[in-house]
Write a protein that binds this ligand. Structure first.
Ligand code: CA
Length: 379
């Protein structure tokens, strides 16, 4: 064992903030927004940070339950520890909250390994293939206002002026309204910006196909989560029945969950979330499986600077698909919707004039977590 890398303490942090203006996606309204961070400390005082996607109050107790399995173990033995955690709860938690908790622990172990060796995480994984990543803007949620197109257009103008070249519109407000909104939004932003749509599985296959056909001339790069994540056959029907590439995977988990999406060619673009799918270790395995099957990967990202940094290190090493002189690199999902915890916790992500974000170069994840923010937002 490397000197001093024995795990001494594991602390989950549940953070919560009220939102100045509530916003909705197709499944629920957000009135507050949270985060669950995991802090792992080694015997010689290295501190690693991880983050779990999903309800913070529910993932934190799972981290506490798993913690005794890790205390005293070598933090560098990431692969062995991942298997120990997963195998311990395999019969009870193959997806969802348990895997989200394991994801946070795995990310923190990578942060520790990088700091112990003095290298950024992407170099531990054999990168970088690329040192900056083109970002697309996530946001465009529904607000409790009358004129939706007005605030969405204003938000689009702001993002495009910041340097973003692609925007992702939230849909899922009813088929007729979605078709009209998509057409109006495209007309408002003009033909040049990239546009994706995401209905957060608000449709069944019949409606998703009708939608995709109705907006086929709007230049849409991908149609995200058209149907519920359990409906693999529905995903296949949507792929066959309308022309827009289909994306999904933020509600899928581990190599086994993604193997199902891959084997059934359920999507064109896989979207594993590092803070949900099983962590950095598992997302790399999923990306390699996708590469072997010729499928695109654009990770889902929706958290604080911890999940964002973990995603950037992965994006630095994801294989080009297909490889060549002019590859199509994976995109970074950069959430610009309100998140007071995110904004206070780490230094903000910097977007270049070309809409790119640099991969962190410091040891580990290459981030610093603000202790005042941890105290301020503690739930
Ligand atoms: Ca999504």
């Amino acid at each position: 064992m490397a000197r001093g890398t024995r795990i001494r303490a594991i602390t989950p942090h549940v953070l919560m903030a009220e939102l100045p203006e509530p916003f909705a996606y197709s499944q629920a309204w957000y009135r507050k927004r949270g985060a669950m961070l995991v802090e792992i400390t080694t015997e010689d005082g290295i501190i690693g940070w991880g983050e779990a996607f999903g309800p913070a109050e529910l993932t934190a107790p799972i981290v506490s339950w798993l913690a005794p399995l890790l205390l005293g173990e070598d933090a560098l033995a990431r692969e062995a520890l991942w298997q120990a955690l997963y195998n311990r709860l395999r019969d009870h938690g193959q997806r969802g909250l348990v895997i989200e908790a394991i994801s946070a622990l795995d990310i923190a172990l990578w942060d520790i390994a990088g700091q112990a060796l003095g290298l950024p995480v992407h170099r531990l994984m054999g990168g970088p293939l690329r040192t900056e990543i083109e970002a697309y803007a996530t946001g465009f949620y529904r607000r409790d206002r009358e004129d939706h197109l007005a605030y969405l257009t204003e938000e689009a103008e702001q993002r495009l002026s910041e340097g973003f070249r692609s925007l992702k519109l939230k849909t899922g407000w009813g088929l007729a309204e979605d078709i009209a909104l998509t057409r109006d939004f495209r007309a408002a932003i003009g033909p040049k910006p990239g546009l994706m749509v995401d209905c957060n599985h608000a449709y069944d296959a019949v409606s998703a196909i009708a939608y995709g056909r109705a907006v086929a001339d709007c230049g849409i790069a991908w149609f995200e989560e058209p149907v519920p994540p359990e409906d693999i056959a529905g995903y296949q029907e949507v792929r066959r029945g309308q022309p827009i590439p289909v994306a999904g995977g933020e509600a899928s988990f581990t190599r086994w969950g993604f193997a199902e999406l891959i084997q059934h060619r359920a999507v064109d673009i896989l979207q594993p979330d590092v803070a949900a799918c099983g962590g950095i270790s598992e997302l790399k395995k999923i990306a390699d499986m996708a590469s072997a099957h010729g499928m695109r990967v654009n990770p889902h990202v929706w958290g604080t600077g911890v999940a964002l940094a973990a995603s950037l290190h992965l994006l630095a090493v994801l294989p080009d698909n297909p490889p060549g002189l002019f590859p199509r690199p994976p995109l970074l999902e950069l959430d610009r919707s309100p998140h007071p915890v995110r904004d206070a916790l780490t230094a903000p992500s910097v977007l270049s004039a070309e809409g790119r974000v640099a991969v962190p170069e410091g040891p580990g994840l290459g981030i610093t977590v603000d202790r005042d923010a941890l105290r301020h937002f503690a739930a």
